[in-house]
Design a protein around this ligand. Sequence first.
Ligand code: PLP
Length: 345
Amino acid sequence: MKDLDWNNLGFSYIKTDYRFIAHWKDGKWDEGKLTTDNMLHIHEGSTEIHYGQQCFEGLKAYRCKDGSINLFRPDQNAKRMQHTSDRLLMPRVPTELFIRACKEVVKANQEWLGPYGSGATLYLRPFLFGTGENIGVKTAPEFIFSVFCCPVGAYFKGGLAPSNFITTDYDRAAPMGTGGVKVGGNYAASLLPHELAAEASTPERKFADAIYLDPKTHTKIEEVGAANFFGITKDNKFITPASESILPSITKYSLLYIAKERLGMEAIEGDVYIDQLNQFAEAGACGTAAVISPIERIDDLENGKSYVISKDGKPGPVCEKLYNKLRGIQYGDEPDTHGWVTIVE
Ligand SMILES: *Cc1c(COP(=O)(O)O)cnc(C)c1O
């Protein structure tokens, strides 16, 4: 194992030894291979640079108690990338190639994955983009699929800490646009609202990110920054918004499943109106990075209202249970009854 301060890693780029790269040309993918070169040399006419023909994924590798390494639902990331590819007229990366690339990168860089219990994981970043000689607005003649990884630390160092959020007038996606697929353009569009949310912070209250409302009516919650939203109602139901412009979070669907099947809760995908946030005893943002980021308070900019969800600055009991169950499965401490875990070695 490398000599890193595993308990205090953040989320920043650290160059590891190997990354995987595969090329698509003349209608097919090559085998792909590992390389030590972390620089890409691409054509100046690449569609990804000019027209945003690109997408990415994010998942983690976890070190288990017995030293083995788990990936969590990599088949779902492969499927989501295929869905994104279809929307942007890019060739699909076959699930076999996607998972093999992830496994090879983890195996080749396992010295960079910290010990069990440190909270450190290997964050994998698969990405796909159009390249090759081109100038017109059309799909690229060639594509590159690559996966690299970085050691990252636990999102919350001292246990789950609730954060504040504020709504934004901006939309991250249009109703039939690209909100439901993982393309970089959605993130470019989110940089300004994120900055404005941070600037709205006061000495008493720090806003972690912007809450995006549904682009048609601006009355319903869609996403919390780059994470999905869920709430636990006062009568113990798990509710998460349903919309075509929400990016389908693998973490969210895993939590919904756990709420239903392991905690026996009613779990619903339905509308979450911003003016009905008082129905919630707990709420959270969810995604691979933090699993769950509990929500303390939401300020509704448009209507000048605020909703305090967590009153004591602590995560609620259901959030904590959901978090522990999901983390337990990821680290191999809880039984994996649904084949969510892929063992790397
Ligand atoms: C990636 C992403 C998420 C989280 O998805 P996970 O699969 O849970 O990591 C949520 N919202 C947006 C906009 C995303 O890009």
